[in-house]
Write a protein that binds this ligand. Structure first.
Ligand SMILES: Cc1cc2nc3c(=O)[nH]c(=O)nc-3n(C[C@H](O)[C@H](O)[C@H](O)COP(=O)(O)OP(=O)(O)OC[C@H]3O[C@@H](n4cnc5c(N)ncnc54)[C@H](O)[C@@H]3O)c2cc1C
Length: 604
């Protein structure tokens, strides 16, 4: 089934996004306007992204000592993306936006991720500008955010440092007040920043007039010491080139130096950098130190960043998903065309018979169905969570309340589940191609390499799992779990025949096991043991959530066309081949299995 067909089904038939137009914010929209956005993005992705996916993989970003050099196709794709208006799609009309629901924005962006994930859309720029719209001063919004939405400036997120990745409380970048008048700068309290930021995506390039870094740093107190932990972290706007309060470049280069590029396994179209802030390479007004403007209150930097988490993690999950879908489409096409071998049984014994196409072998169908179940299931989950974000922002009080709690527990899943299982889908796509899949003559190896990032960035797999089992499932005596369980019950109640009722029963049982295990994991008083198997817990939780999503999708697919049949088969595949896996995952959590904890280091 074509990707657009699947997206349309999920948006309109399953999630009924056209219903959002009844809300005042989206009243000017209709199915036609949503379709127009999807059409435009699909076309740009097809024309400006897909043909260059291999180019950006081969022609990695290079640094000539002055500038970062990217292939010309990246600038073309970037310009087309800016012209589409997608950078400000969700913004108010009076600042040039479309007031598009996030669900439609996320679905439209999925086409770019499928065509070339590393050329990328504007996820970081939009995330950066959205954060400023929420926490910035009026002038910060005007000067920085609005110029990001119109494509003049690009944005980054500078959290990680060489020694501080998962543990951001250890950031060593320091910010000190810049002169006696520092508090009265119209662009915000002005500081000088010094420190190193590692892994910064799109940290340097010539695609835009300027780059606006959002940087986490600590402000030392009068005694020169900083507050330990995340409470001491503040957030700063650090432009690559300084700007005046009208948003014009002053002609001064800020003290932000590109120390080097990271050469990655995949996702090579996106430049990734080590940035040195304030080392004195570009002294500003005769002094070393990068100029930065405080956003919000001191010490609240990480909280400001958290505001962006839901959407950033849905974005990562959808990127992983679309790579899974790209591999699925490629391996389906290959399996329908390559011939190899003969059928099992007497009919296959005759070498004079012509070989059959790969897709006629049951094992190939198994690998295709697995990819379909992972990819389309993840897409459904991603769009479901995007719909919750719309409820959070524009729903009534009850919808907002439910959305907030559901997003608490689903956000680790929407990020991690596609990252793990759509990567597995890419591995199966390579397998279907046999030896050819292992070469650069086919696209699938690149999809796998590109996808391998997603379990690492935006909170590693392990960190997401500890967040789920260590915090999210426990909040307010499991309120998020309770609301999620009610949604599952509502789906189960719709089961209408022997097949869907059997699935509903299996789901009921699985969910009970997950909830029980979330309590059993915390028996005893040893948190190390409770969290030692957080990843298997997250895997079981994720598989159960996906089983629910698949049942819900299958219940909306009761027609007789091939697409509906395909979805029902994928649902059945998930219940027969995938959901039973949760038993093994939950067992080690339930018993707080200490095998890993007790392994002595010298025994490795
Ligand atoms: C291509 C790429 C792009 C990126 N883009 C950005 C960006 O734009 N901005 C930005 O700020 N960062 C970015 N990052 C950084 C990314 O977020 C970090 O790599 C990630 O947070 C992990 O940090 P780390 O690499 O230092 O690994 P570490 O934190 O050292 O983790 C290594 C391993 O140890 C595990 N681990 C760590 N702590 C614990 C613990 N307490 N308990 C159990 N296990 C633990 C982790 O799960 C992981 O498996 C990017 C990274 C990459 C690779």
């Amino acid at each position: 089934m074509a990707l657009r067909h699947t997206v349309d089904f999920l948006l309109y038939n399953w999630l009924s996004v056209q219903g959002l137009t009844e809300r005042p914010r989206f009243a000017d929209h209709s199915r036609e306007t949503f379709d127009a956005v999807l059409d435009t993005c699909e076309r740009i992705a097809r024309e400006k992204y897909a043909p260059f996916n291999r180019t950006v993989d081969i022609e990695e970003p290079a640094f000539d000592g002055e500038k970062v050099i990217l292939p010309a196709c990246t600038q073309d794709a970037h310009d087309a993306y800016v012209q589409s208006g997608m950078l400000s799609a969700a913004q108010d009309e009076d600042i040039g936006g479309m007031q598009l629901p996030y669900t439609v924005e996320a679905a439209a962006n999925a086409f770019f991720a499928c065509a070339s994930v590393s050329i990328g859309g504007g996820m970081l720029t939009v995330g950066n500008a959205n954060l400023l719209m929420k926490h910035g001063s009026d002038l910060q919004k005007q000067v920085f955010a609005l110029n990001e939405f119109n494509g003049r400036f690009a944005g980054t997120m500078c959290l990680s440092e060489p020694q501080a990745g998962s543990s951001l409380s250890d950031v060593a970048t320091r910010a000190t007040p810049d002169g006696d008048d520092h508090a009265s700068d119209p662009l915000g309290p002005r500081y000088r920043l010094k420190g190193n930021k590692m892994w910064i995506s799109t940290g340097d390039h010539e695609l835009t007039e300027n780059i606006i870094h959002l940087v986490l740093a600590k402000i030392p107190g009068a005694d020169g010491k900083t507050i330990a932990g995340t409470k001491g972290i503040s957030l700063f706007i650090v432009p690559k080139k300084l700007v005046d309060p009208q948003g014009q470049l002053t002609g001064e280069r800020n003290d932000v130096a590109l120390a080097g590029l990271n050469h990655k396994l995949g996702w090579r179209g996106t430049v990734n950098t080590l940035l040195n802030f304030g080392e004195g390479k570009y002294p500003v007004r005769g002094q070393a130190g990068a100029i930065g403007y405080l956003v919000g209150e001191p010490g609240k930097g990480l909280q400001c960043m958290f505001h962006m988490m839901n959407e950033a993690r849905i974005g990562v999950g959808l990127a992983a998903t679309m790579l899974g879908m790209a591999g699925y489409q490629a391996s389906l096409d290959y399996a329908q065309n390559r011939t190899q071998g003969r059928p099992v049984g007497p009919a296959g014994k005759d070498p004079a018979q012509p070989p059959v196409r790969l897709i006629e072998h049951a094992d190939i169908k198994r690998m295709l169905l697995a990819q379909k179940a992972y990819g389309e299931g993840a897409l459904a989950l991603g769009l479901y969570c995007a719909r919750l974000v719309d409820d959070l922002h524009t729903g009534d009080e009850a919808q907002q309340h439910q959305a907030q709690w559901l997003l608490e527990v689903l956000t680790p899943i929407v990020k991690s589940w596609p990252s793990e299982w759509c990567l597995e889908a890419n591995s199966l796509a390579i397998q279907i191609h046999g030896g050819y899949g292992y070469t650069r003559d086919f696209a699938v190896e690149q999809y796998w390499r590109d996808n391998r990032l997603n379990m690492i960035h935006e909170g590693t797999h392990g960190i997401q799992a500890m967040d789920l089992l260590g915090r999210k499932v426990l909040l307010e005596q499991g309120k998020g779990l309770k609301i999620l369980g009610e949604r599952m019950q509502a789906t189960m109640a719709l089961a209408y025949d022997a097949t869907t009722q059997a699935h509903a029963q299996a789901l009921q049982h699985a969910w009970q096991e997950v909830v029980e295990t979330s309590h059993l994991a915390w028996q005893g008083d040893n948190p190390t043991l409770s969290l030692a198997n957080a990843v298997p817990f997250m895997q079981a939780f994720g598989h159960t959530v996906l089983a629910w999503i698949w049942l819900d999708v299958a219940l909306s697919s009761s027609g007789h066309d091939a697409a509906d049949l395909g979805r029902r088969q994928a649902c059945q595949f998930f219940y027969h081949y995938e959901l039973p896996k949760i038993g093994a995952w939950l067992q080690v959590v339930r018993t707080r299995d200490a095998t890993c904890v007790n392994m002595p280091e010298d025994a490795f």
